[in-house]
Design a protein around this ligand. Structure first.
Ligand code: CMC
Length: 429
């Protein structure tokens, strides 16, 4: 046996093997802990728990490094496209020219939705949150392809992957168009992934619409940056749901819901709302920072802090540069960007944030770009979901192919009442 960790419990010594990752992280494998000792581990929020071994994404929180299949995020943001990056994440390597063309073909071929899906959109109340609609419609896709959901059939998985990536922009654009009472558009398969989505979002049947190439490029880069982030809350949800051998549509639908929360993908919406509030109340940035530091106040500086990055979030650097490019191109002053810059300046010098290692994360600047591109605020988390989709798929696929595949089933330490008798209603005080 190589390196081990020894555990002493009730006078006996137990040994557990140390597992080392390719980039040097170490864990000790406690899968036999309970059978050997009768103990389980307790780790709320999974601060010290690795749920799996994975070959997809590496991030080093101290160095601020993020790699997709070994390739630094900075290189992919500069040189790749979202579709190519999706291929890389899902299949493990950059595609050849032919593989990329085929993949691209499948992602356009499947971009339309079944016409009857439009009826779902009529059933929601006025102005539903597009995240709720998107997740519901993604889950409902399983009803349209009921005979192709076998999670152990390679061909059925393949076509489901194509369908999901191809249809998500259409589903997302429909949820926006419906909320503003405009007709539901059809995808334009002659356009690239980001341009097609922008056209579905912003064109109407009455006027010609030209996609701004810089806007489409910015969106494409944002999608790349969000494409995977190893075992975060939504990805872990996708894996956990998928571990019951549940189909990919249902697993991804669960991931979208998990992403919606303000501590996860909903943070980009929360950031803009926070910046807007500061702007509307006279630009009091210092007061906002003071509120975030007050332990009596539950308010947090949205877009700051990360469970893993304790130095800087490499995605936030790329996005900050992009935000400037987009806003310079627009030629207008964006007050929220000014506030964001001031907030970053104050918070990153403040001892509270420095000591707790709280730095701007991916969501801090992404909302400003989405806003500059005219996306409504409640669509921000949906854009995050579109970006994260290849990551969810890659992680789900890796789980299904894992030779140690098991249903996910954490244990607990029960702290409730011990056995007690049922008391009839009339005898209860
Ligand atoms: N503003 C003020 N204080 C904060 C913040 C913040 N944004 N983030 C963490 N803290 C404090 C927190 O109060 C705690 O203080 P103390 O030790 O005195 O109790 C300490 O820092 C550690 O926080 P934590 O909640 O234990 O850290 P965590 O790793 O569990 O949480 C986080 C990470 C991202 C949920 C958290 O930093 C946060 O709530 N940030 C704001 C929401 C946000 O921007 N989320 C997007 C995350 S990145 C994109 C994604 O993954 O979806």
């Amino acid at each position: 046996m190589g390196e081990t960790v020894k555990l002493e419990y009730q006078g006996k010594i137990y040994e557990f093997p140390v597992v080392e990752g390719t980039c040097g992280e170490k864990a000790f494998d406690i899968s036999t802990l309970r059978s050997q000792t009768g103990l389980i581990t307790l780790d709320p929020g999974f601060l010290s728990t690795g749920a799996c071994e994975s070959q997809i994404t590496f991030l080093d929180g101290d160095k601020g490094e993020l790699l997709y299949r070994g390739i630094p995020i900075e290189q992919l943001a500069e040189k790749s496209t979202f579709v190519e990056t999706a291929y890389l994440l899902i299949y493990g390597n950059l595609p050849s020219k032919k593989e990329l063309e085929d993949f691209q073909h499948h992602l356009t071929y499947h971009s339309m939705l079944h016409e009857s899906i439009k009826n779902f959109y009529d059933g929601f109340p006025e102005n539903p949150h597009p995240m709720a609609v998107t997740s519901a419609v993604v889950g409902s896709l399983a009803t349209f392809y009921e005979n192709q959901l076998n999670v152990r059939d390679e061909r059925e998985i393949e076509i489901t992957i194509h369908r999901l990536i191809a249809k998500l922009p259409t589903i997302a654009a429909y949820s926006y168009k419906k909320s503003i009472g405009q007709p539901l558009p059809y995808p334009d398969n002659s356009l690239d992934y980001a341009s097609n989505f922008m056209k579905m979002m912003f064109s109407t049947p009455c006027e010609p619409y030209e996609v701004d190439p810089l806007a489409a490029k910015a969106l494409d880069v944002l999608l790349i940056i969000h494409a995977d982030h190893e075992q975060n809350c939504s990805t872990s949800s996708v894996r956990l749901v998928g571990s019951s051998m549940c189909n990919l549509f249902a697993s991804v639908s669960a991931g979208i819901y998990a992403l919606w929360g303000p501590l996860h993908g909903g943070a980009n919406q929360a950031v803009i709302e926070m910046l807007q509030e500061i702007n509307d109340t006279g630009g009091k940035v210092k007061e906002c920072v003071a509120r975030a530091k007050d332990s009596e106040n539950p308010f947090r500086l949205m877009g700051f802090g990360h469970r893993v990055y304790k130095n800087f979030d490499p995605r936030s650097r790329i996005i900050k540069k992009l935000a400037h490019q987009i806003i310079d191109k627009m030629g207008t002053k964006e007050p929220l960007l000014e506030i964001a810059l001031e907030l970053e300046e104050i918070a990153t010098k403040d001892s509270y944030f420095v000591e707790k290692k709280l730095y701007p994360n991916v969501d801090f600047y992404s909302g400003i770009i989405y806003k500059a591109l005219n996306f409504p605020v409640n669509m921000f988390p949906v854009l995050f979901a579109m970006g994260r989709l290849p990551g969810w798929i890659a992680q789900w696929k890796e789980l299904q192919e894992d030779k140690n595949f098991k249903i996910g089933r954490p244990r607990q330490i029960y702290q409730g009442e011990k056995t007690r008798d049922y008391i009839p209603l009339e005898k209860r005080s």
